[in-house]
Write a protein of this length. Sequence first.
Length: 224
Amino acid sequence: MMVRFPFRFFALLAAFAGLATGSAQAQTKTVTKDKAKPVVTTVYIVRHAEKDSTSDAADPTLSALGQARAQALRQTLEKRHPAALFTTDTKRTRATLEPLASALKLEPQVYDARRGRDLADRVLKEYAGKSVVVVGHSNTILSLIDDFGAIPPVEEIGENEYEYLFTVRTAEGMQPIVETRGYGAERKVKTKVKTKTAMVTPASAPAPAPAPTPAPAPAPAPQN
């Protein structure tokens, strides 16, 4: 004997099935949202381009070679669409940024090279998820990389080394990564990527006694 179910029964089944499908989709969206990519902030850090040794020794301008490198910086970073440009208050750093600033129609913002941590905090707060460009000096940009939480990939920058382009990428909950490359017509630097890692002491080895904390050294004034 065939049992016939009323139409309402099938309508209710369809309604429950729809609710179940909607709930599953909502859960899927929630999981996808939870696994969203972190907000990465990118900071391009360079030394000013070659300076003119025949100009004012206290605040020199760029040489012809430096002007060419400034154009190379524009060609390299214009397509990255940085949201902000930062420079120290010197002719050589301003001139290094000028072609890029003109192309992007951005006004460079002046920062104090002796207060790199303040700049890092500002960038991470105001430009999170974006990219910025910072121009500094041979004796300040490595400490600036450290201020952003990354390990400087080189120990020092020589007097005649202008081709370094450091790219620091940082995001909340992730170790900062710094990439080193060269730019401009004369570049000898090879591309390298370095991640800041924590040192782990083996469980079997006794922990070393903490060393006394030295007094913080004053930040260097921009020189080269």
